[in-house]
Design a protein around this ligand. Structure first.
Ligand code: ZN
Length: 495
């Protein structure tokens, strides 16, 4: 066999051994210089909602071509009850190498705060001024109570036409931000419309009278609106005071929202008073006593009349409004020669002295009632408290100044007094006190107009009368009822 090389078995063994040695050396070198590798699973970074559980997706580890996941250590500090960025760290060491990997986990608040209205979501009012904001509350899943951080705002829309004409709509927005910047809000609608018309108040009542030929003085009216406050009143309708009859004066008021109100007043133009019957003429400079009894009729009036009848004395009764049962007493006064005169419709200063018209309406009512009940034309009057009273200042400045002129212009005569019996100084003044007051008050050479009362509480007044009469007669005084023959006794006016 030519060129044939013989390789001995020994040589083969040596070659194989050498090859294995080289391979092993190469492998040893590879294992020595290689590092493990960490392969996290899932996303990085990971976002997690606060308060929701976090489950880490984990990682795998390899070393060269070996799976060494079982040697992996994980540090997971994620606390989902607190927002923030957390690092999940994976570590592995194998042979001569080690590796570390990090995953970022963001725990975040993405939930908006909840705003809850207090009160209704829709409120209807007549004026925005009536709106008292009930407010709102706010809570956040992470920040807790945010009520103090609510920022309210308001928009306004006015409807000038269509179905909602006259309405103004206010939208209140209650908004709040949490620390993470999530916003929450709630809305409230307030619809404002004035639907209530103004209220007209007539000064001096809804029915007034004026005597023919006297001027009609418009007492006026006021209008109050629930939204606009006091507003103007338009007056229409004429009163012709030269012609008797009933006239209507109309008062209208319209508020800013267009709600209208109307009121009317009946104005009666009355016939002038018939002339009063003339009295017995008095002797100039004579000494006279005119006994006058105010505030009746009452249960005491008959007792007074009985004494007057016994002494055949004529006196004057200034009466207030009376029930039907007293008509016979009034008729007796007339038939026994007394003067039936008018005090007032009532004794309530706060009612009769609110205006000249207020007193006059009561006076007309009394005059007409007496005329109807008895046929008597009462034209003599006395103002409650006298024309000098100051109490009327509380109700109407200048009312007595106006009234004293007006009653005379309309044909009445008013009388005050120049002797006070004192029977109104208390409820049941002693008889002797009254007698002494009148005795001391009488002056010769004039008409002594004596103030007395026949109200129900004045029981000592009729008891004092016999002595008063006897004393005056003994001193030469004559008794007269008030009439056009008796010169008026007037106080000074204080209001
Ligand atoms: Zn009186």
């Amino acid at each position: 066999m030519q060129g044939k090389r013989n390789i001995s078995k020994k040589q083969i063994v040596e070659i194989v051994a050498l090859s294995v040695a080289i391979l092993l050396a190469a492998l040893a070198l590879l294992l020595t210089v290689s590092d493990p590798i960490i392969l996290p699973e899932g996303d990085d970074p990971v976002t997690v909602d606060v308060f929701t559980p976090y489950e880490d997706a984990g990682a795998k580890a390899r070393f060269v071509f070996f799976d060494i996941t079982e040697f992996l250590e994980t540090d997971n500090p994620v606390d989902t009850t607190k927002t923030g960025d957390y690092d999940v760290t994976y570590r592995v060491s194998f042979l001569f190498g080690s590796a570390e990997a990090v995953r970022t986990v963001k725990v975040v608040d993405r939930v908006a705060p909840v705003v809850t209205l207090k009160g209704d979501a829709e409120i209807r009012l007549e004026s925005i001024a009536q709106f008292e904001d009930p407010g709102a509350s706010a809570t956040d899943n992470y920040d807790g109570d945010l009520t103090a951080k609510i920022l309210p705002s308001r928009t306004e829309k006015v409807f000038t036409e269509g179905e909602r004409k006259g309405e103004t709509e206010y939208v209140y927005t209650y908004s709040v931000l949490d620390a993470a910047g999530n916003s929450g809000f709630a809305l409230r609608t307030v619809i404002v419309k004035d639907v209530t018309p103004p209220v007209i108040t007539l000064k001096g009542g809804d029915s007034v009278s004026v005597v023919k030929g006297q001027p009609y003085q418009e007492p006026g009216a006021t209008a109050q609106d629930n939204v606009d406050g006091e507003i103007a009143v338009s007056v229409s309708g004429a009163v012709n005071t030269s012609s008797e009859g009933t006239y209507t004066v109309t008062y209208t008021a319209e508020d800013a929202a267009g709600n209208k109100s109307e009121a009317t007043r009946k104005v009666t133009v009355r016939a002038p008073l018939p002339s009063p019957a003339a009295g017995e003429p008095l002797t100039p400079g004579g000494s006279y006593v005119a006994l006058t009894f105010d505030d009746g009729p009452s249960g005491n009036t008959t007792a007074v009349l009985d004494v007057l009848k016994q002494y055949n004395i004529k006196a004057t009764f200034f009466i207030l409004n009376y029930p039907e049962s007293y008509i016979p007493v009034l008729k007796r006064m007339i038939s026994e020669g007394h003067t039936l005169a008018i005090h007032s419709y009532s004794h309530e200063y706060s009612s009769i002295y609110t205006s000249p018209d207020a007193y006059m309406q009561g006076l007309y009512t009394m005059h007409d009632k007496i005329l109807r009940d008895t046929g008597y034309n009462a034209t003599i009057i006395r103002f409650p408290g006298g024309s000098s009273n100051t109490v009327s200042r509380n109700y109407c400045q200048g009312v007595m100044t106006a009234l004293t002129k007006r009653v005379e212009a309309e044909g009445y005569s008013y009388y005050d007094w120049n002797v006070d019996s004192g029977d109104a100084d208390g409820n049941c003044m002693a008889k002797d006190y009254l007698v002494k007051n009148v005795k001391n008050g009488l002056r010769s050479g004039r008409v002594n107009v004596v103030l007395m009362h026949d109200a129900s509480s004045k029981s000592t007044t009729p008891q004092a009368l016999p002595e008063i009469i006897a004393d005056a007669q003994a001193r030469g005084f004559s008794f007269v009822p008030l009439s056009s023959s008796v010169p008026p006794v007037h106080h000074g006016i204080n209001n």
